[in-house]
Design a protein around this ligand. Structure first.
Ligand code: F6P
Length: 319
């Protein structure tokens, strides 16, 4: 293998730049040429390529977002689009590709691998909803951001004896809500993986109030949603002034934590090792602090168990 490409796809995540840097520099140190692909699979179809060298990735380790830009491509989901992407690879001598993104991006990587372009995928998403890894690149930064935001909200809720319903991202998953809920001592968390109702939240608020609590934080995952409506229902049932905050894209930006930088750097380097070893159709992950890799289709078919022990702890210690 003489030349590899790298792209980021789907929603961006803090730490993607650290992964791009690691892939680029590991490849260069192994004597490979590196091509950056802008705007994900759409850019691969359109031939948005540029040569990268060790300096192309200087001073990006600490930056959020992705220097390669990201996109979601409908055209790439068609056979015609896929063939255009393959042609770009062949015309430009790209013999392997590192794809950083979520599970939608992995499907694309699997399809390209099946058509003779070896791909290695890295899990880059704030949602942590990838089954084949304990943690995704960007999740830790996102949870830290949510923690800081909720701490700030708590300051003002406490001053006014209020309740706050904070809606956080996560797509269909509740990992951001769960981890931020524990980190901020939320009164109650609502996630799509666990049946819960506004009545349960109200009960928790009332039992806390009986024990002397006077301000409350409810964290709701976007997969459950309806922060405004939940606020109204809570205020009506409890008489406590309740405000809704939807944190939105602030959670997806910002400088990656050291944990995300380290995860992204080790995964990026490992991805190049796999390509050089002649591997294809693999997705990199971390399991019990060790870097691992799986067949992409097998990884996509795995089921992620929601950590009910953590969920229970969160509720048990927020009385
Ligand atoms: O997958 C990352 C994510 O931020 C999800 O948490 C969220 O549901 C979605 O992307 C938002 O997508 P967009 O940036 O296209 O609005």
């Amino acid at each position: 293998m003489k030349k590899i490409g790298i792209l980021t796809s789907g929603g961006d995540a803090p730490g993607m730049n650290a992964a791009i840097r690691a892939v680029t520099r590991t490849a260069i140190s192994k004597g490979l040429e590196v091509v950056g692909v802008r705007r994900g699979y759409a850019g691969l179809i359109a031939g948005e390529l540029f040569e990268m060298n060790a300096r192309s990735v200087s001073n990006i380790l600490q930056d959020g977002g992705t220097m390669l830009y990201s996109a979601r491509s409908k055209e790439f989901c068609t056979e015609e689009g896929m063939q255009k992407a393959i042609k770009t690879c062949r015309d430009n001598g790209i013999e392997g590709l590192v794809v950083i993104g979520g599970d939608g991006s992995f499907r694309g990587a699997a399809d390209l691998s099946a058509r003779g372009i070896p791909c290695i995928a890295l899990p880059g998403t704030i949602d942590n909803d990838i089954t084949s890894t304990d943690y995704t690149i960007g999740f830790d930064t996102c949870v830290n951001c949510v923690t800081e935001m909720v701490d700030r909200i708590r300051d003002t809720m406490r001053s006014h004896d209020r309740c706050s319903v904070v809606e956080v991202m996560g797509r269909h998953a509740g990992y951001v809500a769960l981890h931020a809920g524990i980190a901020t001592g939320a009164t109650y968390i609502m996630v799509p993986e666990v049946d819960s109702s506004v009545q349960d939240a109200i009960k928790k608020i009332e039992s806390g109030r009986a024990l002397g609590k006077s301000s409350f934080i409810i964290i709701v995952a976007e997969g459950v949603g309806h922060a405004e409506k939940l606020s109204e229902q809570i205020q009506e049932a409890t008489g406590i002034v309740t405000r809704a905050t939807i944190l939105g894209h602030v959670q997806r930006g910002g400088s990656p934590t050291s944990r995300d930088r380290i995860l992204a750097s080790t995964m990026g380097s490992y991805a190049v090792d796999l390509l050089v070893e002649g591997k294809s159709n693999r997705v990199v992950g971390i399991h019990k602090e060790k870097i691992v890799d799986h067949d992409i289709q097998e990884a996509l078919a795995m089921k992620k168990e929601f950590p009910m022990d953590l969920y229970k702890i969160c509720n048990d210690i927020s009385i």
